[in-house]
Ligand binder design. Structure first.
Ligand code: XMP
Length: 513
């Protein structure tokens, strides 16, 4: 069984980042809400208590009985976690209304301690806390201070508990803490004794074995979107159970130009047992005359479920539904704060499990997006799939403002195709996070040759982002934009004007609908 570090989440915005840093050390790491501690079996090598927006001095602060944890495994409290340890064992945490936010420098570093090996005096650390630890309980000793706080790092005295306990006031997981990675490495490898065995290859091997055991001789059905997550999930399943996996790839009439054919070909070349379903007309009929963004989304979602269900009924003996769910979705839904408002209401396959009454299998449930890509590389999935920009489930349906017709789809496909092809040609495709064209429901006057035109406008949208939650418009070079604009206007009959979207998210969104 894979060894792991457990993070108890007290709701800090940095908790996911801690997990990522630990995983970068090739050590599997799982986040659980602070009050849902699982049985501490042998696979758990150490425990981290996260930060929190709360103060331990508040009456309704998040607490737990640390006697249940301390001594059982090596433990590290970060920020709130460190204050909780101090408070629990009778030290002094001072309440403050002011936050210390920003850079500080360690002083009096006890670098003989394995936890701080390689960390010099003066090392820059990143602080973000209100309360401060002023006095340690008798079981603990000081390992470092900073210019502004007496207790920046501490540990339990030798022999105080069966396993060592460490506490740090700063955030080792953010890159501004110059030796943060070092400190986490010391904790994970030297204090917890992890061996760094968790690599993409290891993940693939273990997951494939697990899937085989779980699914046995049964059959799995899975909808593919052409995106990274569903493709990687399908390939893992395929490796585990071969042709017991059946995939659907539905053409909803709202895909990019040639996308259906090209993606289907990639899937076939990967050896997937995939059924391409042409449902274009059905989606267009259902959408006819509808202009409301929310209603269009609902119609597209509903039709997707109907098509999927109808096709699924043609198959016999399906027991499982495969899904490309990834870790951020899972954490969101079990977070300390409860399901967060940031969960996208537009989850593409929402509703399918209920309708189909199948068991769910989600091979990527425990991976972050960048880890999914690494696993994809390990599986040999073609770069044209792994490197693709995100594309919304409702596709061009949310990029054609107003009502949707097959003619408008064709028009937008052409403009979008020119934009994306040129991004690739200029070497810009991999530099932007997501790009696409949008078709506006307004016409404006233009002149072409001697003729007056009265045609539509295409918007070019390109953004840089990490996870799509916030985004900045991409500073594409003017010469490039000029080239795209004239190519579109000269070649796409029906569009006589091209504009570039210079809005960030927030307050705008990436998609226009
Ligand atoms: P917004 O427009 O909310 O988009 O800023 C954020 C990211 O989510 C994608 N998006 C969707 N993805 N189904 C999806 O699978 C949808 O309905 C949907 N709507 C937006 C969007 O493309 C961007 O990457």
């Amino acid at each position: 069984m894979t060894e792991k570090i457990l993070i108890l989440d007290f709701g800090s915005q940095y908790t996911q980042l801690i997990a990522r840093r630990v995983r970068e050390l090739h050590t599997y790491c799982e986040i659980v809400p602070y009050n849902k501690v699982p049985a501490l079996d042998d696979t758990i090598k150490g425990i981290i208590l996260s930060g929190s927006p709360f103060s331990v001095k508040e009456p309704d602060a998040l607490r737990l009985d640390l006697n249940e944890l301390v001594g059982k495994k090596p433990l590290l409290g970060i920020c709130y976690g460190a204050q909780l340890l101090t408070d629990f064992y009778g030290g002094v945490v001072q309440r403050s209304d002011k936050r210390e936010y920003g850079k500080a420098h360690l002083s009096n570093v006890r670098y003989q301690d394995p936890f701080l090996h390689g960390v010099p005096d003066g090392s820059q650390v990143w602080m973000s806390h209100g309360d401060s630890i002023m006095e340690l309980p008798p079981q603990f000793e000081l390992l470092a201070s900073t210019e502004s706080i007496p207790v920046a790092v501490f540990r339990s005295k030798k022999g105080a508990f069966a396993n060592p306990v460490y506490g740090i006031q700063f955030h080792p997981e953010v890159t501004h803490s110059v030796d943060g990675r070092n400190i986490l490495r010391n904790f994970v490898y030297d204090i917890c004794g992890c061996s760094g065995e968790w690599t993409p290859a290891h993940f693939v091997e273990e997951t494939v074995e697990g899937l085989r055991r779980k699914i046995g001789r049964e059959r799995v059905l899975m909808g593919l979107s052409g995106g990274v997550d569903s493709t990687v999930a399908a390939e893992l399943l395929h490796k585990a159970i071969g042709d017991q996996l059946i995939c659907f790839f539905i053409d909803n009439g709202l895909l990019r130009k040639n996308e259906f054919e090209e993606v289907l070909k990639s899937y076939e070349s990967m050896g997937l047992n995939v059924v391409g379903i042409d449902a274009k007309q059905r989606f267009w009929d259902a959408l006819a005359g509808e202009s409301s963004p929310e209603k269009k989304r609902k119609i597209i979602g509903r039709e997707f479920i109907h098509v999927f269900e109808e096709e699924a009924q043609k198959l016999e003996g399906i027991e499982w539904l495969g899904q490309g769910t990834i870790y951020p979705d899972v954490i969101e839904s079990v977070s300390v704060h409860g399901p967060s408002v940031t969960i996208k209401s537009h989850h593409n396959v929402g509703g399918l499990p209920d309708v189909l009454k199948l068991k769910i299998v989600e091979p990527l449930r425990m991976l972050f997006k960048d880890e999914v890509r690494e696993v994809g590389k390990e599986l040999g999935i073609p770069m044209e799939i792994l490197g693709r920009h995100p594309f919304p489930g409702p596709g061009l349906g949310v990029r054609i403002l107003g009502d949707i017709t097959p003619e408008k789809v064709a028009l937008l496909q052409e403009a979008d195709h020119i934009f994306i092809s040129k991004l690739k040609k200029y070497g810009l495709y991999d530099k932007v996070w997501q790009a696409g064209a949008i078709l506006l429901p307004v016409q404006s006057v233009g002149v072409m040759g001697d003729e007056r035109t009265y045609e539509r406008t295409a918007v070019l949208r390109a953004v840089n982002s990490v996870d799509g939650m916030t985004a900045e418009w991409s500073r594409l070079p003017h010469d490039f934009l000029a080239d795209v604009s004239s190519e579109i206007v000269n070649n796409v009959k029906g569009i006589n004007r091209v504009v570039f979207d210079i809005s960030n998210k927030p307050p705008s969104t990436i998609e226009w609908e």
